[in-house]
Design a binder for this molecule. Sequence first.
Ligand SMILES: Cc1ncc(COP(=O)(O)O)c(C=O)c1O
Length: 401
Amino acid sequence: MGFFKKNGYLPFSEPEIGEEELNAVKRVFKRNWFTSGPEVKEFEKEFSEIVNSKFSVAVNSATAALHISLKALGIGAGDDVISVPFTFVSTINTIVESGAFPVLVDIDEKSYNISPEKVVEKIEQDYEFSEEYPVNKKTGNRLKAIIPVHYAGQPADMDEIDQIAKKYNLKIIEDAAHAIGSFYKGKKIGNSKNLVAFSFYSNKNITTGGEGGIVCSNSEEYESLLRLYSLHGIDKEAYSRLRQEGLPFYDVKVLGFKYNMTDIAAAIGREQLKRIEKINRKRRLIAKLYSQYLSEVEEIVIKPVSKEKKSSYHLFPVEIKNYERDSLIKELLNKKIQTSVHFIPVHLFSYYKKHYPYKEGDFPVSEAIFRRILSLPIFPAMDEGDVKIVVKAIKDIFSKK
Ligand SMILES: Cc1ncc(COP(=O)(O)O)c(C=O)c1O
């Protein structure tokens, strides 16, 4: 039976979680060790096996993963970091929290991801070239990094971004909050020399029980720094100190944060990892069915995922044509179908308007897409019947225009 039939409503997202996760939590209770310990160690190893990375550092959110990535790369005051306004505010907040300046660049209309052409345009226009880094002509800031976001699970144009990074000596941090199980040109997202940050927040493809994140890479150069930044700069975590060696001594090497993952979260995550292939297969099926059934609906535009990319379909975004997007949200809600909007462009938030030199109109593609985009319900407990219910509801609403 479909989710709607069973529950009488369809949420925008619902985690796939059950007895196995509960038993994993019990295992932690029995061990009586709750902060980062053996479960976190295993989770990191198992995660790396899944995304084909050399290492992973588990933390308590993707926000934390992005923040420690910036810190490990030595990014701070006087530095510029390029990213997009069409993302969750977390991406840009972490740049600000690192002390750097967020240089926003618009997205590509087809992929909803950062436009490599616009990145080049921005760099050529605003920076002059020193031996080491591009230097901002107005502020004197050094351009250090770029954070592409793999929106909805569709990877950004990484080859083009890699080339830009090489040419201008920039580091890349991938915001892969949506992209666990996504592929770029046959390679898993996470299998990269870049630092790649994933999210295990409640509505993500897998969750570590509400909050969680991880940063992984094939460039082992940054592993120890990432670990230090994740836990106060302490060079020996509590488990090895207290349970294994029994000695209480440690050093503090850098000014770090309290971002470490708990063993309960990791134990849940380990069970979720066992389900990831199945979860993503189901998400891809739901996406395919939506694409089929909505293809003849004139008011709905579905942008196809590029052939060289495979999306994890964290989101299923559609654009609404010739109909008020906001009315559609309300009318669907009246029919007990919840949708969402990804994303409100970051430069339109009052904090960013007040403190940064951005204004409405600066990023026309992000702004136009934001006004017409809608994320339809997509989660593994849905079946074909649920997709049909959403499609029928949408068609009924449009037919009463
Ligand atoms: C694109 C993007 N980046 C970063 C994050 C932050 O993830 P977290 O909630 O795990 O900090 C999110 C969360 O929704 C996101 O959508």
